[in-house]
Ligand binder design. Structure first.
Ligand code: PEP
Length: 252
């Protein structure tokens, strides 16, 4: 059976390297004996190199990357820099970055640059709200088509799609999605991918859920939602809760 994938997105937390290392060690303890899961922690850029050195069972990923290769881009981090310190995964297109102005075109360029350095992409998509006329489905379709424009199917094994409805994310979440809602959207996403790349090419593509994932809803998303894994925000900062999410996923 294909491995599930659990990604922790620490965002701009924790506030010191010491805390980041302690948290990473605790998560690594929970993940160490697991055989059915790949666990990835996406930390702030600043901690990646240190965490990579601690990394055995848990891999590290970044929360963003820039779309140019090198040069006069103050404050940016390149794909080659990430690769150089051993980072293998990168979140691209998180809704919090989109809210700061990142467009599908920017995301497309970032994906292409990251792929060219062998990084695996966690591409976030998701609507802001659900309308009765189902316009949100077109919104998600456009996100996927524009973000993956010009990408050939041989790169698909390096792309994970994270469905993260914006209304279900973070402290301002209206509610979490239901497993049924996730299942419907994951089928929809697979159909879009299959139309673009062919059914065979997407057989192994992972579509994961993100948005208020916690130990209480983990089992339902796995069983009823048939998710390939999770992108976890808040609860990835709590080693006990994240450990529970890991345990539940391993044992289903
Ligand atoms: C996220 O921001 O990617 C996320 C899923 O956050 P949370 O789990 O806190 O809703």
């Amino acid at each position: 059976m294909a491995r599930k994938i659990i990604i922790g997105n620490w965002k701009m937390n924790p506030l010191s390297l010491r805390q980041a290392e302690d948290l990473f060690r605790s998560i690594q303890k929970s993940a160490s004996s697991k055989t059915k899961i790949n666990t990835i922690i996406c930390s702030p850029f600043l901690y990646l190199e240190k965490l990579k050195k601690l990394s055995k069972k848990v891999l590290v990923g970044s929360q963003d990357v820039f779309y140019e290769e090198k040069g006069a881009y103050t404050g940016e981090i390149s794909a080659e820099m990430l690769k150089d310190i051993g980072v293998k995964y990168v979140i691209i297109g998180h809704s919090e970055r989109r809210a700061m102005g990142e467009s599908n075109i920017d995301i497309n360029k970032k994906i292409k640059m990251a792929l060219s350095f062998g990084l695996t992409i966690i591409l976030c998509v998701g609507e802001h709200e659900r309308d009765e006329s189902h316009e949100y489905l077109n919104f998600i379709k456009t996100q996927i088509e524009e973000c993956l424009k010009g990408i050939v199917k041989s790169f698909l094994p390096k792309i994970i799609i994270a469905y993260e409805p914006v209304w279900a994310i973070g402290r301002n979440a209206v509610r979490e999605a239901t497993p049924k809602e996730f299942l419907e959207i994951s089928i929809f996403i697979r159909k879009i991918l299959s139309d673009k790349f062919g059914a065979k090419a997407i057989e192994k593509t992972k579509v994961i859920y993100g948005g208020s994932v916690n130990p209480k809803n983990t089992a339902d998303f796995l069983k009823e939602g048939e998710t390939d894994g999770f992108l976890v925000g808040r609860d990835s900062l709590d080693p006990e809760k994240f450990g529970e999410i890991i345990n539940i996923t391993e044992n289903i």
